[in-house]
Design a protein around this ligand. Structure first.
Ligand SMILES: [Zn+2]
Length: 243
């Protein structure tokens, strides 16, 4: 499925039963957008990712010491550039590695940005730092058509419901990004072309059948999680808190 909108919606729906707060939906949306970064339509985004990554790496190296996050950004651009469409970024191993790298990148940018703002004498709020990082990530992976809506919703959300980055559950960030990417794979499996989801272990192409199995697994684990732990919906409180 080449259209962006169904992927974005599926990512949000798939993550919904698992999130402790609405904040994590932003990561699900990013996750759902990641696999198609290998598409030639997104070449410009990959080039800008590479260029900004290089510039940030050099700037941060001289200003703040080595920044692993900027180097991760460069490596992600290289991975997307080298991936054939519907190859590595559309495999289980691929989305696992990519979600992990994205999580590490967000994690790493937080202390770097707060140090830089502090060195300029600005005591910037946690939410503003998260806004800068999630806006940057959105700029790279969210479809240009929907980028403004994403940025607007992100900014409004963080103004109304401030998020303290020390309270972020990083395992949940990883999980929601992975689930977002997984929803992308489920939709793509539905298309006639199918996907080699177990690459590099096997080149066997999977189709609708696996998509149905994945939806059933998702449904069962959603019921299990909601039944055992409830969710932010069950408790209604804290509906928009971050913990
Ligand atoms: Zn795709």
């Amino acid at each position: 499925m080449s259209s962006y909108k169904p992927h974005a919606i599926a990512g949000l729906i798939f993550a919904l039963p698992f999130i402790p707060s609405v904040f994590y939906l932003f990561f699900a949306l990013l996750g759902a957008s990641i696999p198609d970064m290998d598409h030639h339509n997104n070449n410009n985004k990959v080039y800008s990712m590479f260029a900004i990554g290089i510039v940030l790496s050099i700037l941060l190296f001289f200003y703040d010491g080595l920044s692993i996050s900027a180097l991760i950004l460069v490596s992600l651009a290289v991975i997307f550039y080298l991936s054939k469409h519907r190859g590595f970024t559309h495999s289980f191993l691929g989305i696992g590695i990519l979600s992990f790298l994205f999580m590490l990148m967000v994690m790493g940018f937080i202390p770097v940005l707060s140090r830089i703002f502090l060195s300029f004498g600005f005591n910037i709020s946690s939410s503003f730092i998260l806004l800068v990082i999630l806006a940057l990530l959105g700029y790279f992976v969210i479809s240009r058509r929907y980028l403004y809506i994403y940025l607007l919703v992100l900014a409004i959300y963080l103004i109304i419901f401030p998020v303290d980055y020390t309270s972020i559950q990083w395992s949940m960030v990883l999980l929601t990004m992975f689930i977002g990417a997984l929803s992308h794979i489920v939709l793509d499996l539905w298309t006639p072309a199918g996907l080699k989801v177990f690459k590099p272990f096997t080149d066997f192409k999977f189709h609708k059948g696996l998509a149905i199995i994945l939806v059933v697994v998702w449904l069962l684990s959603s019921i299990f999680v909601l039944w055992n732990y409830g969710s932010f919906i069950t408790y209604l409180n804290p509906l928009f808190m971050y913990t």
